[in-house]
Design a protein around this ligand. Structure first.
Ligand SMILES: *Cc1c(COP(=O)(O)O)cnc(C)c1O
Length: 238
C-alpha cells in the first residue's frame, strides 16, 4: 500500500484537476484542428493513493512510463474502474509484463517490438490498442520512429491484426519555446493526415497523443486529441 494522502493534498489535486480540465476545454474550443480532447494523467513516481484521488474525482485514464511501476500499482488500483496506457519506452523483454495490465501501448516505434507484442497476443488470444511513437523533435536521444521511416513501419505493422492502432504519439521538445514546440506538433498532425490519405494509417486511427503540462494548449491548437498531464496536477516529481 502507498502512503496516505492528507485531506489538504487531496483537495489540491482535485482543484488542479478542475483547473486543467477547464484549460483543456477552453483550448479545444479555440482549436481549429480538434473538438474533443481526452486527458491522460501521467502518473510516473506518484503513489497509488494520489492516483486514486484523481480516479475518484472522475478521471479514468492514466499513463505509466515504466513497466515495473505499472505492475506495482496495478493491484492497489484494481478496485476502481480506469484504463492504463504505457507511455514510456517498452523493452522487448518486458512485453509479457505489460499486456494484460496496460490496455494501450503508446510507444511502438519498431517492427521488432510490434512483432514481439503480436506474438505474445497470439498466445494470449488477446488484442491491444496502440499508438506509433514518432520522434518529431529529431533528437537522437528521443525514442520514436523517424518521421521519414513512419510509412515503412506502418506498412509492416498493418498485417498485425491484434494490434489496434489508434493513431500517433510524440513527446516533442519539453521546456522549449512556442516557436520550437509548435512545429513538432504540427508535424505529427501532418504525418497523420498524409498517412490517412495514403491508407497506411487505418481510417479509424485518427488520434494524436501530444502535449504535456508545459505546452498542452499549444498541442491542442495543433490538433492533439489526447494530452498527457503530470506535474500540473500532482506537482513536481520527487
Ligand atoms: C512525464 C510524462 C508526461 C507528463 O509530463 P508533465 O510535464 O509532468 O506534465 C507526458 N508524457 C510522457 C511520455 C511523460 O513521460
Amino acid at each position: 500500500m502507498s502512503e496516505p494522502v492528507s485531506a489538504h493534498e487531496a483537495e489540491q489535486i482535485r482543484s488542479k484537476l478542475d483547473d486543467v480540465a477547464e484549460r483543456v476545454r477552453a483550448a479545444s474550443e479555440a482549436s481549429k484542428h480538434v473538438d474533443r480532447v481526452q486527458i491522460l494523467l501521467a502518473t510516473k513516481t506518484q503513489p497509488a493513493s494520489k492516483i486514486r484521488v484523481a480516479l475518484e474525482h472522475g478521471f479514468t485514464l492514466i499513463g505509466e512510463n515504466r513497466v515495473q511501476e505499472l505492475n506495482e500499482k496495478f493491484d492497489d488500483l484494481a478496485d476502481i474502474p480506469h484504463e492504463t496506457h504505457l507511455i514510456g519506452p517498452l523493452q522487448r523483454n518486458k512485453v509479457n509484463h505489460t499486456l494484460g495490465q496496460a490496455s494501450c501501448i503508446q510507444s511502438i516505434d519498431s517492427m521488432k517490438l510490434a512483432t514481439k507484442i503480436h506474438n505474445r497476443l497470439e498466445l494470449l488470444d488477446q488484442t491491444v490498442e496502440a499508438f506509433v511513437q514518432v520522434n518529431t523533435s529529431r533528437e537522437d536521444t528521443k525514442s520514436g520512429v523517424a518521421p521519414e521511416q513512419l510509412g515503412e513501419l506502418l506498412t509492416e505493422i498493418a498485417p498485425l491484426e491484434r494490434i489496434r492502432l489508434r493513431g500517433l504519439m510524440t513527446i516533442g521538445l519539453p521546456g522549449s519555446t512556442e516557436a520550437e514546440v509548435r512545429p513538432s506538433y504540427a508535424d505529427l498532425r501532418n504525418l497523420r493526415d498524409t498517412h490517412l490519405d495514403s491508407g497506411l494509417l487505418p481510417e479509424h486511427a485518427t488520434e494524436l497523443s501530444m502535449g504535456m503540462s508545459n505546452d498542452f494548449e499549444l498541442a491542442i491548437a495543433e490538433g492533439a486529441t489526447m494530452v498527457r498531464i503530470g506535474s500540473s496536477v500532482f506537482g513536481a516529481r520527487a
